[in-house]
Design a binder for this molecule. Structure first.
Ligand code: UD1
Length: 376
């Protein structure tokens, strides 16, 4: 089902029936998605109750997003972050179930592919509350990624699958998901990038150097890179080599900091590369826009680079966002030897212009809110 025309001007409705939706968020990229969807849900009169699992808890991994993006404070913050996957997901599951029993929503809304997504979906479906999944259908076809497991299970459990693009829709079709459950709405991250991508840089670390020298912006946090000392070493080596010729700015995720210290690579990296604290969303978009290239293993950043016109080098063997490859904005570096990374960064070019818009028209959140309102 592709509701091309729904939602944009759906009137506010006074409801007799249950119009409460519980949304579950926990990690950084989910706050961005929730910001645009929450706003739209509010506008159409959906009563949203937000649960923050606490998966991300540092101020610059969580609070800054709520403040900058004007997301109302969650009704519940479960404070469950850290630990192994099973422990984190299990504890979240127990606590989310309790809140759902109290709130009795008409549906539960989950985002993306984190442990918080899985816990939210599992808690809901077990007590017979339908689940709606934003960013359904993405696949890396790599079951060694915890995110891939979270996505597959969440999609299997969901009653409404909001797909961001045709590639994701086709993945769901190939898995035999009923057509009536799939709603291709576009990508809420595109909505957000359009909304917030034009704001100026405000972070002192970045502003101190304006006018901005050419930079390469780096983010690395995936377990497959951080938890393999050999891969991490190759990345550090490449970044140090690149730093001889171009400024490298690396907002550091807490996972990566710990891994660098563990692998005794901290000193080597910081002697050449500008390590900064994790950036808020608006500053991150500005930094992406200004960078000459982005080097990352994040899913969201691959698209943000494309939305903002910056070539991206992805340090992974595969990507869920294959349109960014097809359009020439993204290059995968699979074999992590430092030569390959350095070559890819210096070889990065802005591709020929294309009229294709694989991630929708910037109105995904409106469609989601309208569809939820219709089906509650
Ligand atoms: C999680 C998601 C990943 C998403 C990413 C965005 C899973 C399986 N992974 O990965 O899909 O792309 O978030 O950033 O859900 N930590 C802190 N402070 C924080 C947050 C985390 O110190 O605010 C520490 C944790 O204690 C842990 C490590 O960082 O030691 C990793 O955090 P975790 O939430 O397990 O996974 P991410 O790597 O952030």
């Amino acid at each position: 089902m592709k509701p091309d025309n729904i939602g944009i001007s759906t009137p506010k409705r006074t409801m007799q029936k249950n119009n409460k939706i519980v949304s579950v968020v926990g990690a950084r990229p989910q706050f961005v998605k929730a910001a645009v969807v929450s706003d739209r849900m509010r506008k159409v009169g959906i009563d949203e109750v937000m649960i923050h699992t606490g998966q991300h808890y540092d101020a610059n991994m969580s609070e800054v997003f709520f403040r900058e993006l004007g997301i109302p404070a969650p009704k519940y913050n479960l404070g469950i972050g850290g630990g192994m996957h099973g422990e984190m997901t299990g504890r979240q599951l127990i606590e989310i179930e309790r809140r759902l029993m109290d709130e009795k929503p008409a549906a539960v809304l989950v985002y993306g592919d984190t442990n918080s997504t899985l816990a939210g979906a599992l808690a809901a479906v077990k007590i017979d509350i339908p689940v709606a999944h934003v960013e359904a259908g993405l696949r890396s076809f790599n079951l060694r990624m915890p995110e891939e497991i979270n996505r597959i299970v969440t999609d299997r459990l969901s009653a409404i699958l909001f797909s961001p693009c045709l590639v994701a829709t086709n993945n769901l079709r190939a898995e035999g998901v009923a057509e009536s459950k799939i709603v291709e709405v576009g990508d809420v991250m595109y909505d957000a990038a359009l909304l917030y991508g034009g704001k100026p840089v405000r972070t002192p670390d970045m502003r101190g150097r304006e006018p901005v020298a050419p930079t390469v912006l780096v983010t690395i946090h995936r377990a497959e890179n951080t938890d393999d000392p050999l891969r991490l070493r190759a990345i550090v080596e490449a970044l140090c080599r690149l730093a001889r010729e171009i400024r490298i700015v690396f907002p550091l995720h807490p996972r990566t900091r710990k891994a660098l210290e563990r692998a005794q690579l901290w000193h080597e990296l910081t002697s050449r590369v500008d390590i900064i604290e994790p950036l808020g969303y608006i500053d991150m978009l500005a930094a992406v826009r200004q960078a000459r290239a982005v080097v990352t293993d994040s899913g969201g950043l691959q698209k943000e680079a494309y939305f903002l016109g910056t070539p991206c080098i992805t340090l992974r063997g595969e990507t869920e966002w294959t349109d960014t490859l097809a359009l020439g904005w993204n290059t995968l570096v699979k074999d992590l030897d430092s030569d390959a990374i350095v070559r890819a960064v210096f070889g990065a070019r802005i591709p020929r212009a294309s009229t294709e818009r694989p991630y929708g028209d910037g109105h995904a959140a409106e469609r989601i809110a309208a569809h939820l309102l219709e089906t509650l």
